[in-house]
Design a protein around this ligand. Sequence first.
Ligand SMILES: *[C@@H]1O[C@H](CO)[C@@H](O)[C@H](O)[C@H]1NC(C)=O
Ligand SMILES: *[C@@H]1O[C@H](CO)[C@@H](O)[C@H](O)[C@H]1NC(C)=O
Ligand SMILES: *[C@@H]1O[C@H](CO)[C@@H](O)[C@H](O)[C@H]1NC(C)=O
Ligand SMILES: *[C@@H]1O[C@H](CO)[C@@H](O)[C@H](O)[C@H]1NC(C)=O
Ligand SMILES: *[C@@H]1O[C@H](CO)[C@@H](O)[C@H](O)[C@H]1NC(C)=O
Ligand SMILES: *[C@@H]1O[C@H](CO)[C@@H](O)[C@H](O)[C@H]1NC(C)=O
Length: 442
Amino acid sequence: MSSPQIFIFVLISLTSITSCFSSNHHASTSTPTGFKSGILNKNSVRSPFHNQSLTRFDRIKNSVSLSFSRRDYLHSLLSKNASLNSIESSVWRADGEYVMKYYIGTPAVETYAILDTGSELNWIQCLPCERCYNQSKVPIYNPASSSSYNPLKCEAPRCWQMQYYKCTDNYEYCEYELQYMDTSMSKGVLSEETLQFVNGIENVTMNNIFFGCGHNNSFHNNNGEGIPGLIGLTTKPESLVSQLHYKKFAYCLGDFDDIDARGYAAFGDAAHITGGTTPLADSDLPYYFLNLEAISVENTILPIPKGTFTKTKDISSGFVIDSGSTYSIIRRSAFNILLDNLRQKPLYQNTVADPNDSFDLCFKSDAYNLKSAPVITLHFTGLSLQLPFQNTWEKINENIYCLAMLPSDGVSLLGNFQQQNYNVGHDLENRLVSFALMYCSD
Ligand SMILES: *[C@@H]1O[C@H](CO)[C@@H](O)[C@H](O)[C@H]1NC(C)=O
Ligand SMILES: *[C@@H]1O[C@H](CO)[C@@H](O)[C@H](O)[C@H]1NC(C)=O
Ligand SMILES: *[C@@H]1O[C@H](CO)[C@@H](O)[C@H](O)[C@H]1NC(C)=O
Ligand SMILES: *[C@@H]1O[C@H](CO)[C@@H](O)[C@H](O)[C@H]1NC(C)=O
Ligand SMILES: *[C@@H]1O[C@H](CO)[C@@H](O)[C@H](O)[C@H]1NC(C)=O
Ligand SMILES: *[C@@H]1O[C@H](CO)[C@@H](O)[C@H](O)[C@H]1NC(C)=O
């Protein structure tokens, strides 16, 4: 009668013992060597942000517009690298689709954050609000009722070491201000707090996590309702992964069209770098650039000029793997070559216009025939990623499928749709990204 639960418990105990040994600090303040937490698409029926009145068409439309704003966000972020050293970043705010539950403060209060490989600073809406956007699903975090809240004074090294640092006259605390081009913003006090993450069946506690406590926040979206905060996953020192000194993280995004799908994000020892790997392309920016060398359809390499996706000095091109855009965004010259090739395939006898005018190439098919649709392969340095059909075609309705990619005049992005059902690993030490097809359960 040996129960699997006991086995799991033993494993977890060993992990916590290991983390005690590997730390110089007292057991109570040691950082766990890793954790794995469930993540949700914000539209999932199990997400508190699920909106019942949104139809499938609305969700696709929203994801298309999110993908385009994400392209603009990253493009302006990257091309205005000078302003990264100032307090104001003239970029668009474009939230991702995936949220993670965690607890903040003492006593701990449940909240959610967007996981963002395109942001550095972790932040959350904080009381008292000079101005906050609506977050009706979970209460706004109140630092006054947390015994572990620590706002940073101006002289704290952690304040002046950070690029967002600002101390105005007569102001005791370290301020940050993130300004986005679409007039979204977050402004408040740089602080430290205890966070707890849900690690399978237990919680892991992290003390003194550096974050922005936002007292003046605005967010321009369709209905004024926003996610309480954001967790930054770039390689900058203020991101969550860097603060915890984790050398790797991984995520698995559940099936995009299954609104009940589960997924996970794993950090440190809990993250697995498995499957094929490709090196990160760049080390002077804190984002995740990949070398996309070629694209093929079936077994034919498309005649896309070499260097089309190479990161240029002014970042007018480059290929970023992103947690925030839904559909991949492909540089227009290459995108057109891809479309021209697909249009020659037999399936495209049945080409139709996208009823919602979002995608450039759609065709009539049933789910069975879709399996014979041409296979697209992305050739990264050292890794050919052959996209499964469900990562290639978005089902618009019962018998219309569209190529789930969009054109760009600037940076190209590998979106969530193309990453679904993969364990995507980020090995920060060896500067690799890995892909292994997987059923993502949390
Ligand atoms: C980005 O920064 C580098 C180094 O500071 C500079 O040479 C380059 O011109 C900058 N690019 C833009 C678009 O500002
Ligand atoms: C919030 O910050 C903006 C930008 O700094 C400022 O214009 C506005 O007055 C602030 N709102 C409140 C209520 O403090
Ligand atoms: C995790 O922490 C929260 C807040 O303290 C608590 O409500 C929850 O029950 C904890 N979960 C587990 C599995 O310990
Ligand atoms: C849900 O979506 C509808 C349609 O876009 C919108 O009018 C409504 O405000 C949304 N509800 C919430 C709670 O966000
Ligand atoms: C926030 O929600 C309340 C109640 O649902 C609503 O009356 C108000 O208009 C919303 N505010 C914004 C900025 O959308
Ligand atoms: C998308 O197309 C479908 C099918 O023609 C239609 O019912 C729906 O209203 C359209 N939605 C939007 C947002 O355009």
